[in-house]
Design a protein around this ligand. Structure first.
Ligand SMILES: [Zn+2]
Length: 220
């Protein structure tokens, strides 16, 4: 999390309502990724919601809104920080935020949200040696699978930091897709470089639509 990346609960609500009212359909990220690989023209008005890190605030504010609308989201959890705080940001001066407990992660998985991994300790993956890289990828996957009792197939690169070696290790660890922080849509995306639209506090209404239009242009 970075300054300017927090959004208020009412803004999240209005962004969701805005998209749904305009006929957008929320789908699980894994199914959108799967479709983007198999169809020539995946439905262009489908979107997936993702959250990185696994903050308690997501459990408290966003999950009820998601459930109320009977839609879903994917939460990429820093597995080694479960029940703790955002040490990786806090130590460089960001505010302290709590991360969901194992019970909360299990609960949101049970009600239909998808749980992905966001490593064990939120490092810059390209700076790790092979052994440490594999530990972050594999141990976090197993830890989350033990908690939710399901396979974890999605991964999110901390800081959007990855290269060819990281991609190869991510695939070898058994993940089926990984998300980056680059702007774009799933059309024609490599499954280990799925782009996203970073929804900031300022992106609402027409501004949000403009950002989505830019993402589409990039992915065309
Ligand atoms: Zn993160």
């Amino acid at each position: 999390m970075v300054a300017g990346q927090y959004i208020l609960p009412q803004l999240f609500r209005s962004q969701l309502n805005y998209l749904l009212r305009r006929g957008w359909q929320c789908a699980p990220l894994s199914s959108i990724v799967e479709k983007s690989q198999s169809e020539k023209h995946p439905s262009s008005n489908e979107f997936a919601i993702t959250f990185d890190d696994g903050y308690s605030s997501v459990y408290k504010y966003a999950v009820p809104e998601i459930c109320r609308r009977k839609i879903t989201a994917t939460v990429f959890v820093v597995a080694g920080a479960i029940g703790r705080i955002n040490e990786w940001d806090y130590k460089i001066g960001d505010r302290q935020e709590s991360i969901m407990s194992a019970q909360q992660v299990r609960e949101i998985s049970d009600i239909g949200l998808e749980i992905g991994s966001h490593t064990l300790t939120h490092p810059h993956l390209t700076s790790l040696d092979d052994q440490a890289l594999n530990r972050e990828l594999i141990d976090s996957k197993h830890k989350l699978e033990d908690i939710i009792g399901k396979e974890v197939i999605g991964f999110s690169y901390p800081y959007g930091d990855y290269d060819e070696r990281v991609i190869a290790a991510t695939a070898a660890a058994g993940y089926k897709y990984a998300v980056s922080t680059k702007l774009g849509t799933t059309a024609r995306a490599n499954v280990y470089e799925i782009p996203r639209v970073n929804v900031r506090w300022s992106a609402v209404g027409q501004l949000l639509m403009r950002k989505i239009a830019r993402a589409r242009q990039i992915s065309e």
